[in-house]
Ligand binder design. Sequence first.
Ligand code: NAD
Length: 267
Amino acid sequence: MPQPHITSNELVTSKLFDLKGKVALITGASGALGMAVARGLAVNGVNLVLSSVEKEALQQLAEEIRGLGVKALPLYCDVTSESQVDGMVDEAVAGFGKIDILFTCAGLAHRELLVDQSLENWRKVMDVNVQGTLLCCKAVAKDMIKRGEGGSIITVGSVRGHHAHRDGYTGYGTSKAAVHYLTKTLAFEWAEHNIRVNSIAPCIFWSDLTEPMLSDDKNAQKYLARIPLGRAAIPEDFVGAVVFLASAASSMVTAHILSVDGGVVGG
Ligand SMILES: NC(=O)c1ccc[n+]([C@@H]2O[C@H](COP(=O)([O-])OP(=O)(O)OC[C@H]3O[C@@H](n4cnc5c(N)ncnc54)[C@H](O)[C@@H]3O)[C@@H](O)[C@H]2O)c1
């Protein structure tokens, strides 16, 4: 087998991380993390399919993204529905001809002690976080395999997928551990097609959801004490990781859970 060869010219950062003209599909694009990643990819020349269950927010984001000089297609899709996910991928491919990058950012955070938790609440978290991720990966990978040009799939896990916690994370933590395993197993299934599958595992970051927890200093200390870097992340902290995993800079990286957590899982 011939040894792959990369010239020094291809190692300059402008080539290594070049994403210009690529197409990315982002689920949960209207959430805090999805929006930050959408903006981060757009300023790097990536055309975007923006998806979630919030029609108005998607329209606004799409307008803003077009203002950054790339194409944006907003698509409503509930990721728990296989027919909607398949329809979204068909529309994305019809609109842009291909999908190079999938970022599965749609997710539900739910905390409830198990003894108080209904089976319905458990299922809701599993349906969005696990089944939703699986359906999007499946539909996009089928198209990537058909095209034969490979691709990069990036899921969103969590520190809670690694570390157990007593504050009612039975559903959420289990769902994120499942996302980590799913990521690794899909990486193995699709490696022969040069589809890389990796996950980003964040610590707590500022969003509408976490603002009440973090803006109260006493309460925030409970969360920050676990983070060696001593601060909660902001959504923009994850853009570098997504650009790395989407680009040629990570061409030998797959089945990896990349912690962007200020050092939490190092402990
Ligand atoms: N906020 C944190 O501290 C934190 C920490 C670790 C991991 N995460 C993970 O990061 C991801 C994004 O989190 P966020 O804080 O931006 O959340 P968010 O609540 O701001 O956004 C969630 C997004 O998912 C979409 N969504 C929800 N249900 C959906 C469904 N059925 N179908 C399609 N889209 C749906 C929403 O429309 C929204 O766009 C989630 O997977 C979350 O679990 C968040």
